[in-house]
Design a protein around this ligand. Structure first.
Ligand code: ZN
Length: 142
């Protein structure tokens, strides 16, 4: 796998998680050849609550989960990667200990399975209003 392919997998992990976790992603970018800033996903930042901070930590961990298949191990280190730094800041703020971080990692692996992401995306698609409106006599299966 080339570094660009690994970056693509990593960023798509963040992006899929941002969609599934309702973080309203606004932009994703891949910068081939830039080792310090290979890619990024941006999202709309709402009012920060512990629940939102946990979703952001989970979305952040989905990048390494997809890219390398590994998550940062406890204790987190703020200098190993930007993702690890962000997750470290969030979980320190939330007062996570090692068992709580282990639980977060488990939830990332559960939500990171392809079947789980597909099911969430299909639920979102089905819940979205139809671009054709709700016409009587449409072609829906009943
Ligand atoms: Zn990342």
């Amino acid at each position: 796998m080339t570094p660009e392919e690994r970056t693509l997998l990593h960023e798509s992990g963040h992006l899929a998680a941002a969609v599934v976790l309702d973080l309203e992603p606004t932009r994703a970018e891949i910068t081939p050849g830039n080792r310090d800033h290979a890619g990024a996903v941006y999202w709309r930042l709402g009012d920060m609550t512990p629940e939102l901070a946990t979703r952001i930590a989970k979305m952040t961990l989905c990048g390494p989960a997809m890219g390398t298949g590994e998550l940062p191990s406890w204790p987190l280190c703020e200098t190993r990667s930007r993702d690890e730094k962000l997750v470290s800041v969030i979980i320190n703020h939330l007062g996570f200990d090692e068992p709580k971080y282990d639980e977060l990692q488990l939830r990332v692996w559960e939500s990171n399975s392809l079947a789980s992401v597909q099911a969430s995306l299909h639920r979102k698609r089905d819940a979205a209003p139809s671009p054709l409106g709700d016409r009587a006599g449409g072609d829906r299966d009943r």
